[in-house]
Write a protein that binds this ligand. Structure first.
Ligand SMILES: Cc1ncc(COP(=O)(O)O)c(C=O)c1O
Length: 380
């Protein structure tokens, strides 16, 4: 008994958590204005890069004095550039509640060999921020992409902290409000909420982060692609579009297309509303079924982008095999690509609900979850 096949299919079955769905009605023709074959240091290239920086700051609503840089190595490059450049000046706390946060723990402890306080919560939960000492530098991920658990808000971060807060916000930026006064370094990649391309990262620096860069030299060597200062001064050019090394102007054009689309739908408010509506469509479905649940234990921390679900039906014995079979069935039916849980995460599904995804597509997918679940239960 597989139940009835749903009548409606998602128009776009791309629910991957990265690279994420392109903007609605995307076409490669939109990139026609990319200055291909031209130097990124020519006026035309620099204008594109500085426009990307300006629109990023405008849409995110960055406070005056915050700087935006386009850097190599996607989000990973931006996070590691921050860690390697800033850490070591004072005590460090690293917080993790899923795979990517754990990666930053490894960087701090095993690579930089810092005597850091490490706070880890299991998948589905979040660390207790009340215990964190913000007079130390604190590294954390705003939205744990692989567990679907995010910070509910920044209330636990004191405004007058002595340490820096370094926040990997790659699956949060543009889809969630971020409390900029509580964040000194924020990083993200274009391939997530805006449906852009991998390759480049964005690093946002508060004035306090810049002050640290100009007054502290780490004990370890810094590769050229991490260097944001020269002779003790911030290289301001990086934050005006003079990138450290050669960027892809095709990826930059693609990012500009996404940013302009973001503006056209009402900027940050419009982007956040789309992700919220998408996540709600999943949450409503999950609430009305007793065989599936959100991995996030506390609904206040449930992600509105990388929504992670687990099967909780007592008939399922091998949870991993079951979840994989459901994801495979949905992929084969052409209704949902790439929604298996992350390789290090508990078995289940992960449905990207970021701002480029259409709510109608999320809603159309839900009856297919019933269909695939029932089919796999019948197979047991
Ligand atoms: C929270 C988080 N951090 C870092 C990364 C790595 O991003 P990138 O591949 O853009 O470097 C990801 C990718 O999914 C992520 O979700």
């Amino acid at each position: 008994m597989t139940g009835t096949t749903p009548a409606v299919r998602p128009a776009n079955p791309r629910f991957s958590s990265g690279p994420c769905a392109k903007i609605p009605n995307y076409s490669l023709d939109m990139l026609a204005d990319a200055p291909l074959g031209r130097s990124h240091r020519a006026a035309v290239g620099k204008a594109k890069l500085s426009q990307a920086i300006a629109l990023t700051a405008e849409i995110l609503g960055l406070p005056d004095g915050y700087r935006v840089g386009i850097v190599p190595g996607s989000d990973t490059g931006a996070v590691e550039m921050a860690m390697w450049s800033l850490l070591g000046a004072r005590g460090v706390e690293i917080l993790a509640w899923e795979s990517f946060g754990e990666g930053w723990v490894t960087d701090a402890v095993k690579q930089l060999k810092l005597d850091a306080t490490v706070r880890v919560a299991p998948y589905g939960e979040i660390v207790d921020f009340a215990l964190v000492d913000f007079d130390k530098d604190v590294v954390f991920t705003w939205n744990g992409t692989t567990s679907g658990v995010r910070m509910a808000n920044g209330n636990a971060i004191p405004a007058n902290r002595a340490g820096l807060t370094i926040c990997d916000a790659t699956s949060a930026a543009f889809a969630m409000e971020l409390p900029w006064d509580k964040l000194d370094v924020v990083t993200f990649s274009w391939q997530k909420v805006l449906g852009g391309e991998g390759a480049h990262g964005v690093i946002v620096l508060s004035p306090r982060a810049v002050e640290r860069l100009e007054t502290y030299t780490p004990a370890w060597p810094l590769p050229k692609i991490f260097r944001m200062t020269s002779k003790g001064k911030l290289i301001e050019g990086i934050f005006k579009g003079e990138t450290i090394n050669t960027p892809s102007m095709l990826a930059v054009e693609d990012y500009l297309v996404s940013l302009k689309w973001a503006q056209s739908i009402g900027g940050l408010k419009g982007l956040v509303a789309r992700a919220d509506a998408n996540a709600k469509a999943v949450a409503d479905f999950v609430a009305s079924r007793d065989w599936i649940a959100n991995l996030a234990v506390d609904p206040a921390t449930a992600s509105t982008t990388s929504v992670c679900l687990k099967f909780v039906d007592a008939r399922i014995v091998d949870g991993d095999a079951f979840a994989k079979a459901v994801a495979k069935r949905l992929e084969k039916a052409g209704v949902a690509f790439d929604i298996g849980a992350y390789r290090d995460a508990p078995a289940g599904l992960r449905i990207w609900c970021g701002s480029t995804v259409e709510t109608a597509d999320v809603a159309a997918l839900m009856p297919w979850l019933d269909w695939a679940f029932n089919a796999e239960i019948a197979n047991l």
